[in-house]
Design a protein around this ligand. Structure first.
Ligand code: RTP
Length: 151
């Protein structure tokens, strides 16, 4: 268990188009995770191909690339105890139809090809993905209690 574990979370183009970015950020804040990095970006095919390199032999890869490159995404890094595993629980299953109500996909999605959000599936993937999407200086070190206005 690592209290400073980090996970990479990305609101996919359908989530952005449906104005779900705020609600998704709210869920991670409400759960108690700490925001470490955040950017709104239209990723190029090269970055997305690297991001999904593990899936390039899968039959759905071309449609996946078309989907995730169809508009801007909100990329973020969240930190806290078991952030990777808890993040995946908060997302729900890959297929929204198998996702329980109360999860992000269980509340906001129906199609596996429009499942709103990505979350790292292991600490190793998280480190790789954070390195792909963010420069080291974009990861902000801050302490919630430094300024004394949160109790
Ligand atoms: P993600 O990486 O986006 O968080 O999703 P995941 O780990 O839950 O699922 P993964 O197997 O890594 O698949 C990545 C994304 O590909 C799309 N997908 N489409 N049968 C299909 O058409 C199919 N299967 C997967 C989904 O957008 C999935 O999130």
């Amino acid at each position: 268990m690592n209290n400073q574990e980090r996970t990479f979370i990305m609101v996919k183009p359908d989530g952005v188009q449906r104005r779900l970015v705020g609600k998704i950020i709210q869920r991670f804040e409400d759960r108690g995770f700490k925001l470490v990095a955040l950017k709104f970006v239209a990723p190029d095919q090269g970055l997305l191909t690297q991001h999904y390199a593990d899936l390039k032999e899968r039959p759905f890869f071309p449609s996946l690339l078309k989907y995730v490159s169809s508009g801007p995404v909100a990329a973020m890094v969240w930190e806290g105890k078991d952030a990777v595993k808890t993040g995946r629980v908060m997302l729900g299953e890959t297929n929204p139809l198998a996702s329980k109500p109360g999860t992000i996909r269980g509340d906001f999605a129906i199609d596996v090809g429009r499942n709103v959000i990505h979350g790292s599936d292991s600490v190793e993937s998280a480190n790789r993905e954070i390195g792909l999407w963010f420069q080291p200086q974009e990861l902000v070190n801050w302490n919630t209690n430094d300024h004394g206005w949160v109790y």
